[in-house]
Design a protein around this ligand. Structure first.
Ligand SMILES: Nc1ncnc2c1ncn2[C@@H]1O[C@H](COP(=O)(O)OP(=O)(O)OP(=O)(O)O)[C@@H](O)[C@H]1O
Ligand SMILES: [Mg+2]
Length: 376
């Protein structure tokens, strides 16, 4: 059993700074969990505390239900793979994978079986005699993984293992890791900066900021229902559009009023959860893909946007434009690849307001409403 529980875990470095603050998280046995967050938010520190490479300043860490605060790394049965895979350059792939087992006094027949098994799993069978210098980045990364796999750990901690690879190799290795998880069924904690990795690889995504765990949940749930403006912007490219507005009563409706001409009526079903904010400032959050060039549904609402640029990405065109007359705000919209509008022209676009979130204008926390259902 390798469930990993962090119970108000903190790391205070010698200089008094918090690397990680009060993190509460239970990772289930066999779960694939992603840590995502900006540089310096405490991802590696958390991983290193789980591995035992860093002491815990406060709180308790349990692996398989057992407190391991004082347990040495080698007694935790957890393997770590870092971004710099640090293979032994003078040893062949086979010896790189076998080395740790030899040091532990594992019999040579067992080593043979385990290395062959891992090489088979990772498609390294034909490279066993090569030295790391004669391998591609992706192959080296697989050797580093192989070295972890032969130990048969209960959990793998991966600290940005794909960040040195080019885009195509990354995409390949992403799939390899997902398959590996399915085959081995072991707990994996994977740290990344990369949004696509975060959205697609894990059962659960944990978003960190300033040493704190801000939100965790299934990737699509977090994407559809961000806890605050930080998560809303961090977990998307282009980031969620945030527009300052007033929330006002208008007849029986609530209206998000950006200015006299830009106003969005809140869907009826969100009236009750939002009504207590009426009469004050609000931040409206609209995803770039919820803005359309034509009004395909009667409930989509028109906004007028001044074009700053249109980026043609091949599969889609991203419009960057300004909304609001008094205090113009930049927004981005993911439109069809045939969309075109000249710079400085003004175009009408249509917002699907159902997925729109409202955030407290001061704290940035989402104003709670029933979560957006997501398919899967
Ligand atoms: N040995 C140390 N002494 C003091 N502060 C440290 C030490 N190691 C890390 N920190 C600080 O702790 C915070 C968290 O660092 P950490 O390495 O966990 O971030 P990270 O999320 O992994 O960032 P990155 O994405 O850049 O790898 C940072 O502010 C960092 O400067
Ligand atoms: Mg790091």
């Amino acid at each position: 059993m390798a469930s990993i529980e962090l119970d108000r875990v903190s790391k205070i470095y010698a200089n008094g700074a918090y690397g990680v603050r009060d993190v509460d998280l239970k990772i289930e046995d066999g779960e694939f969990v992603i840590f995502l967050g900006p540089s310096g938010c405490g991802k590696s520190t958390t991983l290193r505390m789980i591995a035992g490479l860093e002491s815990i300043s406060a709180g308790e860490l349990r692996i398989g239900g057992r407190s391991v605060n004082g347990v040495a790394p080698r007694d935790r049965n957890i393997a770590v793979v870092f971004q710099s895979y640090a293979l032994y350059p003078h040893m062949s792939v086979w010896h790189n994978m076998a080395f740790g087992l030899k040091m532990r006094g594992v019999s040579s027949s067992e080593i043979e079986t385990k290395v062959a098994g891992a090489a088979d799993l990772l498609g390294l069978g034909h490279l066993l005699q090569r030295k790391p210098g004669a391998l591609s980045g992706g192959q080296r990364q697989r050797v580093a993984l192989g070295r972890a796999i032969v130990r048969e750990p209960e959990a793998f901690l991966l600290d940005e293992p794909l960040s040195n690879l080019d885009a195509q190799l990354r995409a390949e290795m992403r799939l390899e890791l997902v398959k590996l998880h399915r085959r081995l069924g072991r707990t994996i904690v994977h740290v990344t900066h990369d949004q696509v990795e975060a959205m697609t690889m894990g059962d659960r995504i944990c978003i960190m900021k300033d040493g704190r765990l801000i939100q965790h949940g299934r990737p699509l749930d977090v994407y559809a229902n961000p806890a605050d403006t930080f998560v809303a912007r961090f977990l998307a490219t282009p980031p969620m559009n945030l527009v300052g507005a007033q929330l006002e009563h208008e007849g029986e409706d609530l209206v998000v009023r950006v200015d006299a001409e830009t106003r969005l009526t809140v869907p009826r079903k969100h009236y009750l959860p939002y009504v207590h904010k009426a009469g004050g400032p609000i931040t409206a959050g609209i995803r770039a893909e919820d803005i359309y060039e034509t009004q395909a549904h009667p409930e989509w609402q028109r906004i007028s946007v001044k074009v700053v640029a249109v980026e043609a990405l091949g599969a889609e065109n991203v419009l960057i434009g300004m909304v609001g007359r008094d205090k113009p705000v930049e927004i981005q919209a993911r439109l069809g690849r045939h969309f075109f509008a000249p710079v400085d022209s003004t175009v009408d676009l249509y917002v699907d307001v159902e997925p729109m979130h409202l955030f407290d204008a001061e704290t940035g926390k989402v104003v709670a409403r029933p979560p957006l259902p997501v398919g899967r």
